[in-house]
Design a protein around this ligand. Structure first.
Ligand SMILES: Nc1ncnc2c1ncn2[C@@H]1O[C@H](COP(=O)(O)OP(=O)(O)OP(=O)(O)O)[C@@H](O)[C@H]1O
Length: 241
């Protein structure tokens, strides 16, 4: 379980995350909010990459800020983060990209090859190990990005708009993969595409102007209307759309 308590972040002199408290248990949570709501900023805090001005993160009962070094280094071995715009080593193979990501997150040398093979199998790229990253299609590139974020077998996986630019079949296959990954992990998926969430997200967080407007079970947001349309009207009512 990942927990944020009273997290506040300022950017450019402005409060962009305002006293956010959240609990993210194992399972898939969707993160929704209008442009500029603070989703990416919140993700970078949850990824241990940005220290909040106020508030704290607690992972499995341990508060990061209680650790002498701020706790981020130990936490990096538990969290995987795929930013909205991520860079791969285009001239390197899929294998090399994942192996490097695993090494950077502390996987021991003698386990790198095994871990890389198993992660490429999870994202269905086992037959592309020697292909250069720049030769992949958009959907495969997203899957390789997820493989890199998963390389060290993290308990928390944070994905910032991973379905942007994918065709419907690729989005469906990515949804299925994320649903499976969330069976044993905390997965937080930021998206503007509600239909990416309705089939797989057990929980939703709606952020607006840096504040949490809703956090709870998906069905609680639109108890009287089912499916993506019900969710969309409930979401728009909440954020004033
Ligand atoms: N480098 C920066 N300096 C100052 N303010 C910034 C910076 N980057 C983002 N912001 C501001 O922080 C707020 C939150 O931005 P953030 O990118 O986290 O929102 P978001 O919900 O991820 O948006 P989107 O859906 O458009 O990706 C916005 O008001 C934005 O203008």
């Amino acid at each position: 379980m990942l927990q944020a308590d009273g997290v506040t972040v300022r950017r450019g002199g402005k409060v962009v995350i305002d006293d956010v408290s959240l609990q993210l248990p194992v399972g898939l949570t969707g993160l929704l909010g209008p442009n500029g709501a603070g989703k990416t900023t919140l993700m970078t805090v949850l990824a241990g990459m940005r220290r909040p001005a106020r508030g704290s993160l607690t992972f499995d009962g341990e508060r990061l800020s209680d650790q002498p070094d701020g706790g981020e280094l130990a936490y990096f071995s538990k969290v995987g983060y795929l930013p909205q715009r991520f860079r791969l080593m285009g001239l390197k193979s899929c294998d090399d990209n994942v192996m490097y990501a695993a090494w950077a997150r502390g996987v021991p040398k003698n386990m790198l090859a095994e871990r890389t093979a198993s992660v490429l199998a999870i994202v269905d790229l086992a037959d592309r190990t020697d292909v250069r990253a720049r030769a992949l299609s958009g959907g495969m590139r997203q899957r390789l990005g997820i493989a890199c974020a998963l390389a060290h077998d993290p308990s928390v996986l944070l994905l910032d708009e991973p379905t942007v630019g994918l065709d419907p079949a690729q989005r469906a296959s990515l949804r299925a993969l994320l649903g499976e990954l969330a069976e044993t992990r905390t997965v937080l998926l930021s998206t503007h595409i509600l239909e990416d969430l309705t089939p797989i997200a057990q929980r939703l967080v709606v952020l607006d102007h840096g504040k949490v407007r809703f956090a709870g079970q998906t069905g609680e947001l639109s108890p009287h209307e089912e499916g993506t349309q019900g969710l969309e009207s409930a979401y728009l009512r909440l954020v004033g759309g």
